[in-house]
Design a binder for this molecule. Structure first.
Ligand SMILES: [Zn+2]
Length: 271
């Protein structure tokens, strides 16, 4: 009625206009002040401070809709709550934020960051998800034909994938000289416990080896047979040249050598 049709029309650049500014611009009566306070309060009270920040900071940016949608999901506790249900554990919003930060920090290669990001955000299209969208498509797990074909099953608990994870963890244990259990927190969330005895280079080595396993599972999810451990090793080895270049370009060749020190002997024969 007064000409305010979109939320963006109440912003002056990145900031919400004051009531006086809105009065000047849209001739709002003084009686609308209480409505203004409600409007100003709504995003934070109902949807969380992150969404309010998103609206106020990114209103003019490209990709606003996807960013808004992501913040809306976060404000609703998704996909954190879905992981809590899948892993039967509590994940606080702070822990969730740390997991997302780690997903960006642990991998020097952008491709690996994307794999972990897609897993955390549950972006992968599993048979169960595809079946919900297209009921004519089979809901069965390609590997074991189970009707449980959601993300957790495809990525972890499928009986045809579990032996692969056990073998991967056994191999990594050998690289690190300490036992790495096939555990969802470490393998899927990439959350290494603070009590662990391994150093930061070994953690990065483990993260690289684990993200390679996750990449092979997700890339080959239509293949009935699980990935082979020899293929997993040669895949890790294939990353060496590009990782070396990236670390070198960042002046961190020593870091590269320390991370890869534990990998050379086991994978050398496969290169
Ligand atoms: Zn299965």
């Amino acid at each position: 009625e007064k000409g305010i049709n979109q939320m963006g029309e109440t912003f002056d650049g990145p900031a919400l206009m004051s009531f006086m500014q809105l009065q000047d611009k849209y001739q709002l009566p003084q009686t609308h002040f209480y409505r203004y306070l409600q409007f100003r309060h709504y995003p934070e009270s109902k949807l969380g401070p992150s969404l309010e920040r998103c609206i106020s900071q990114q209103i003019q940016w490209k990709g606003f809709i996807s960013s808004f949608y992501e913040h809306l999901q976060t404000a609703c506790g998704w996909p954190r709550r879905a992981w809590e249900a899948d892993l039967d554990m509590d994940i606080t919003p702070e822990e969730w934020e740390t997991l997302n930060k780690n997903a960006q920090r642990d991998y020097i290669c952008a491709k690996h960051r994307i794999v972990q990001y897609k897993i955390l955000r549950r972006i992968y299209y599993t048979p169960a998800k595809i079946h919900r969208l297209f009921p004519s498509r089979s809901p069965l797990c390609v590997r074991c034909k189970s009707t449980q074909s959601d993300l957790m099953h495809v990525l972890w608990s499928c009986p045809n994938i579990q032996p692969f994870w056990k073998q991967v963890c056994k191999e990594i244990s050998g690289y690190l000289g300490t036992r790495v259990e096939p555990d969802t927190q470490v393998c899927i969330l990439s959350n290494h416990p603070n009590t662990t005895s391994i150093n930061k280079y070994q953690k990065q080595l483990a993260s690289l080896a684990l993200i390679t396993a996750k990449k092979l599972i997700t890339v080959n999810w239509k293949t009935p047979a699980p990935p082979q451990i020899a293929y997993w090793k040669s895949e890790i080895g294939s990353y060496a040249p590009i990782e070396k270049l990236i670390y070198k370009s960042k002046g961190a060749k020593v870091t590269y050598n320390r991370i890869w020190a534990g990998l050379w002997r086991p994978i050398k024969s496969l290169l």
